[in-house]
Design a protein around this ligand. Sequence first.
Ligand code: GDP
Length: 331
Amino acid sequence: MKEKNKEKKGFFRRLKAGLSKTRKSIGRLFSSYDAIDDDFYEELEETMIMGDMGVRTTEEVIEELQEAVKERHIHEPSECRDLLVELIRDKMMVHESDYPFENEKTILLLIGVNGTGKTTSAGKLAAILKGQGKKVMMAAADTFRAAAVDQLEEWSKRAGVPLIKGNEGADPASVVFDAVTSTKARGIDVLICDTAGRLHNKKNLMDELGKIYRIINREAADYRVETLLVLDGTTGQNALIQAREFSEAAKIDGIILTKLDGTAKGGIVLAIKNDLKVPVKFVGVGEQIDDLQPFNPEAFARGLFDNEVKHDETNMFMPEDAKAENEENAE
Ligand code: GDP
């Protein structure tokens, strides 16, 4: 338990560090104004756009903020900041129903451009689901690069789950067919397929995925299919463009946003959710197996906007994290 708490703490610390750029600019903004006026809103808008939140989303948030400030008769910038945290948290809310694969037999298809962290996320996700006591298997259906298959094999060993693979250049749908057959035979709960790694052209992607969906529907009708798009958080607006393009070619059920440690500004999470109405389900903050976690809207909103985190390292995220740390300190 203690180890687990430690790991969790490390996760949030890295997420916090990844969001620090935007948080610092927001902090400077709030400390330099003592009234909520037009200049304040203008500067807030600039800061949010610089933080990768996107023009459309920023404008929408500011408008909602202005309304709420008026409605609640708020005059202090600090109160306005609390309101902003609340607003962002509510916009980003994820629900238990967003993770149906935790309770139902599911075939997860991971798609995304090469280099975004698709293979790594497949491995981390396998470890999470296996940790929940599920029978998990992976399929290397991104057969374009031999190295991708080797890498996934490495991850399957790390996560301790079996892997189905085809030869280099094999038809991805044939690998999925083999994997689905084996999934049924072994009574697997969740099959994670590493699929299309190229956004070659929309039609090819649609055809490739269409073939995969048809095979699953025909061969494993009692499994639900869920498509998760993997995006690299450090690429900012580019990630948003990718998300738009992929969602034109496939029905995306959720996003895995990687690399929120280090250089990411983080605001892109908000832009993606708000623009595409697709929930960000997991975030990655590193290269280790436990560096992927379900998205936590409260942690995210505080990590971006709340200067309290500067003073209180323990209380910035969910209450249980604070509790875990207190328990640890008491030992
Ligand atoms: P793929 O080509 O989409 O399958 O991408 P990979 O899974 O091979 O990842 C590309 C690179 O990004 C690798 O060096 C990974 O270790 C790294 N990576 C993946 N996820 C994260 C993350 O959350 N944080 C950091 N810092 N690196 C990551």
